[in-house]
Write a protein that binds this ligand. Sequence first.
Ligand code: PLP
Length: 593
Amino acid sequence: MNVEDFRKYGKEVIDYICQYSSNIEERDVAPTLDPGYLKKLLPADAPQSPESFKDVLEDFEQKIMPGVVHWNHPKFFAYFPSGNSFPSVLGDMLSSAIGSIGFSWASCPAAAELETIVMNWYAKALGLPKAFISDAPGSTGGGALQGSASECVLVSLITARARAINELKGQTTVHDSVFLPNLIAYASREAHSCVEKATKMALVKLRIIDADVHGRMRVDLLKQAIQNDVNAGLTPFFVVATVGTTGGCAFDDITGIGQVCRQVSSIWLHVDGAYAGNSFILPEMRVFSAGLEYADSFNTNPNKLLLTNFDASALWVRDVMILKSALNVNPLYLRHEHMSGVDYRHYGIPLSRRFRALKLWFVFRIYGVMGLQEYIRNHMALAKKFEMLVRKDDRFEVRNDVHLGLVCFRMRTVDEPNHTLLAMINHSGKMHMTPAKFNGRYVIRFCVTYEHACEKDILDAWSQIKSFAEEILRDNQLEIRSAPASPEAERTSSEPAAPVAGKPPIKKKLTRTKSLRFSFTRSISREQYQNQSEHLGDGATPIFVVDPKTLQQNFQKAAEENERVNNIKNGTTANSNTKLKDISDVDTDEASN
Ligand code: PLP
C-alpha cells in the first residue's frame, strides 16, 4: 500500500469509525453467538493473492462486527470502562504510524522522555506522594507504562521477591530458589485474581485475608496472619491492597495495612488501583488514597477510567533502583552511548515497548485535568442515580458502597432468579452487565462506562431491568425477602431460603455448569475461597536443579496419583491412558473476576 492508497483508505476507515460511533445505539450491545461462529464465515487459510481493501472492509462489517461486543455503547454496563476516547485513538494512531520500539533512550528518545514527563504529570494530577514522582526533589521513585494491571502486579511482586531474597541470602552463595518456599504474600479475598496469578508465576505462597462487610481487607486478620507466619518461620514479603476492588469497588484501608506492613522490614506494599486509582484525580476522592505514603508501588489503568484506550497501565515505585536491579539485563546489543537517559526496558517484562505515552499525552492535553475530573464526576453522579432507583424499589437491594461508577445490585431473593435476570438482560442485546460475588453474595454489576453517559441511559436501563425482574417474579411466583437487619447479620446468614415450597422452579437454566475436572495446580481451590475465612494457597515449589529425566518421572508420578485420587472419587476403575487435563479447562475460582 503506498502513501496515496493509505490516504484514501485511511479516510475511509476514519469515516467508518465516525459512522460506527454515531450510530452505535442501532447495534445490539453484545452478540448472542456460539463459539466457532467465525470459523464458518472465514476460509481456513490465508489468501495467496492480494485482496482489495474494499472487500476487506466489507467483510469486517459483515463478518467481524457481528461478533463484537460494543464496549463504547451507551448501554454497556459490564466490567469497567475500556477508556476509549477519540484523542487517545488519535495519539495511538500516531504511535502505530511511527512504529518506534522504545525500549531504551537511544531506541526512541522522544518515547523515553515523554513517558517520564507524562508519568509525572499523571502522578501529580492524582495527588500521589512525592516519592513516586521522579522530578520531585529528593525522590528516588518514578513510574512507567505497562501493558496491564496484571503486569504491574507481577512486576511489583517480582521486585519485592528479589528484594526479600537478597535480604535472606545476605552474603551467602545459596541459590535464590532455595528461599522460595519461605516467601509468602497476602491479599484480600476481594483482590483481583491477577494477584493469585502473579504468585503462581512467581512460585510463592499466597494467603488470602478475609474482608469486612464492605469488602475491605480485614487489617486485624492481616496483622494476625503475618504474625503467625513469622512465628512459623515464613517470610512475609508482599502485601497487595486494593483501591476499587473488581467485585464491589471497595477501598482497602491503606493506612491501616501500611502500618502493619511497616512492622516487618521485608514486606513490600503494593496498592492496586486499576480502576479507582484514577478517581484520585478528584480531590474529594483522596480520602481513599490516604496511606499511599506507605506503599512501595502503586498501579492504575488509564485504560479503565482515564479515557485512554487499551493498553495503558501505570506503575509507580518508590525506589526505581530496586525495580531496575530486579529486572536488569544488559547485553551488548542494547547498550548505547547515552546510558544516563532512562531505559524503560528495565521497568517491565518485555523488551520492546509501544509509544504509549503519546496517547496519554493527547488525553491530558485535549481534556485537561478539569475535563477528566468532569468525566469521572459524571460517572459518579449517574451511579448514584442508579443506586437511588434500586434502593427505592423494595424488590431489589444494593450490596456495595457506591463511591464511584459501580453499583452491585440483586433482587432480594435466592441466587437463581438473579442469574436469570442477568441472562435476560444480556440476551436482550439491549444492555450488557456482568456478575460478581461480592462479600460472599452473587450480584449483578452495573458500571457506568460510556464516555458521554447521561441520565436517560440510566433510566432506560433501570426500566428494562425492572420489567425483566417483574417477569421472573411473576412467572415463578417468587417471594421477596425483607431487608436483613444488619450487614453483619446478612453476612453470617446462609443463602436465603429457596422459592416458596410448591412453587415451580425457575425454568430458564442459563448458567454454565462448572467443570469438575482435576486441576494440576497447587493453588487456591474454589472451595477454599468459599468455605474459609483465611487460607493459604501454596504455589511454592522449590526449584532445585534436576535433570529432565527426573522431572519427567516426577510429573508422571503426580499424574498417576492424580488419576488414582480421581478414580477413587468417581468410583471408576483406573485407566492408565488418561492424560492430565489441561489447566485451562479448569474453572479454578468463581469468586475471581
Ligand atoms: N486489578 C483490578 C482491581 C481490576 O479490576 C482488574 C481488572 O478489572 C485488574 C487488576 C486486571 O487488569 P488488567 O486487565 O489490566 O490486567
